[in-house]
Design a protein around this ligand. Structure first.
Ligand code: PLP
Length: 491
């Protein structure tokens, strides 16, 4: 690790030095930029040395920060030194190959460089006109992604729909709920508000972000129905149909269903063909959340989970989870862009411009909640070009194979059991000794810093989640994790 910065080389190309309070000169930026990139490269070389879960106590980081901001500017060296001294101990190392918690938020060299370039260009891409390349690259790359995943044709920008990069699956869900609300009310609820009769449906296993979206969109938590799941934790289409019928009978207006392919707790797959048929018949907006599992569809052998997706009005997945693209990057596709744009469009005088008036361009500010937007397509473009489709497929297959190997070890051990099907890279399992043993395993291992593991509850039972998807995780890391889990189970 580059722990100290080399002294300034008097012969270096640093021709100009800024004085405190002045702007950093391009020469200084170059010097510090190189240092920082070196620092990040060293970080990746050494990331396994750090405790995966930060071991600091609440308040410990703040206590080391000066109470007041500096009155005069400080040298960059001082900031980088404080990153090592103060910040690093408070980092939970998501990029450690021993990170098996939640779902991954993996990244890669090309993604980090794309992010750096985006910051360097400093573009704010709210309108096509505010940087045509920002919009057109995004449209193009999302059409690439749709092709790479073999999504239904109407999600392409060349058809009735198109894709947009959102900050998160939560934002995508919010846009979907808003568009569903507007479509169900003939676009009147944007004008006069909701009348409290709209209802929405998710399974008991859906991500909390959908509930949040329903609350923000003004439908109200009480109008959200939690549909029962089967023994594999997938939504029961019959139960969905029954709840819709009951709401209609009560004079309510069902408008939105969110199905999940790859639930957070256990990667359960809601049956899209049956759910989609109900939504079509009833005229409900179907949003499909593939936040984590969606990336697997890069590989033809995992595309079975997308069967029925042609019946969806919108779909999202997160390259910032499993596709080596650092947070934030959610790909959100709609089948009918007109409904989304009519829902979110707003045009004050100060944003009027010729390109927009011509109708010949996309203005992505009409496809999201915020006005402003970053040039996020760059990092996704770099990732796709660096790995190529085949490279990405290889990496995904590698992660799935590691998870399947792990699942095999669990199954073969008389003290452990699988707690749910493991179709992709998440293995839900538990020690047969009960909740207290499983809880102790998680707490003990996380405290040790050797790995980071999280849990869920399935059928009320404490369940361990081994989530494999960090960029640099190899078989040796998974094998070590299994050895540690078994040792911890013995106390
Ligand atoms: N949907 C699913 C299935 C998830 O697993 C998650 C997060 O893990 C989300 C949505 C929320 O993702 P984001 O953080 O992008 O909003």
């Amino acid at each position: 690790m580059t722990t100290t910065l080399p002294p300034r080389d008097p012969d270096s190309r640093v021709a100009q030095h800024s004085q405190p309070g002045e702007h950093m000169t391009p020469d200084e930026f170059q010097r510090y930029g190189h240092l920082l990139v070196d620092w990040i490269a060293d970080y990746y070389r050494n990331v396994e040395q750090y405790p995966v879960l930060s071991q600091v106590q609440p308040g410990e980081i703040r206590a080391q920060l000066p109470p007041d901001p500096p009155q005069t500017g400080e040298p960059f060296e001082a900031m980088l030194a404080d990153v090592e001294r103060v910040i690093l101990p408070g980092i939970t190392h998501w990029q450690s190959p021993n990170f098996f918690a939640f779902f991954p938020a993996n990244t890669s060299g090309p993604s980090i460089l794309g992010e750096l370039l985006s910051a360097g260009l400093g573009v704010q891409g709210m309108l096509w006109a505010t940087s045509p390349a920002c919009t057109e690259l995004e449209t193009h790359v999302l059409d690439w992604v749709a092709q790479m995943l073999e999504l239904p044709g109407h999600f392409l920008s060349t058809s009735t729909g198109g894709g947009v990069i959102q900050e998160s699956a939560s934002s995508a869900a919010l846009c979907a709920v808003l568009a569903a609300r507007e479509r169900a009310t003939g676009f009147a609820s944007n004008e006069v508000g909701c009348d409290g009769t709209l209802t929405a449906y998710i399974s008991t296993q859906a991500h909390s972000s959908i509930e949040k979206a329903v609350k923000i969109a003004g439908l109200g938590r009480e109008r959200l129905r939690l549909v029962e799941v089967d023994e594999q934790y997938a939504m029961r289409p019959g139960a969905l149909a029954a709840r819709i019928a009951a709401d209609r009978a009560a004079g309510l207006t069902p408008c939105f269903v969110a199905a999940t392919i790859g639930t957070t707790s256990s990667t359960a797959m809601d049956p899209l063909p049956e759910i989609g048929a109900i939504c079509r018949e009833q005229g409900l907006w179907l949003h499909v959340d593939g936040a984590m599992a969606g990336t697997a569809a890069l590989c033809p052998e995992f595309r079975w989970m997308q069967r029925g997706l042609e019946l969806a009005d919108s779909y999202c997945f997160n390259p910032h989870k499993w596709m080596f693209t650092n947070f934030d990057c959610d790909c959100f596709f709609v089948a009918d862009r007109a409904a989304l744009i009519q829902t979110l469009s707003i045009l004050p005088e100060y944003l009027r411009n010729q390109a927009t008036e011509s109708g010949a361009v996309i203005d992505y500010r009409d496809w999201q909640v915020s006005l402003g937007r970053r040039f996020r397509a760059l990092k996704l473009w770099f990732v796709i070009r660096h790995y190529g489709v085949e490279g990405l497929q290889m990496q995904i297959r590698r992660h799935v194979a590691l998870a399947q190997t792990f699942a095999g070890w669990v199954e073969a051990d008389p003290d452990f059991e699988l707690a749910a099907p493991a179709p992709l890279s998440l293995v839900c399992f538990r020690h047969k000794g009960g909740d207290a043993v499983n809880q102790r395993i998680v707490e003990q291992l996380n405290r040790s810093g050797a790995l980071y593991l999280t849990h869920t509850k399935l059928d009320g039972q404490y369940t361990l989640r081994m989530s494999i998807g960090q960029t640099h995780t190899e078989q040796r890391h998974v094998a070590q994790a299994w050895a540690l889990i078994r040792a911890a189970s013995r106390g």
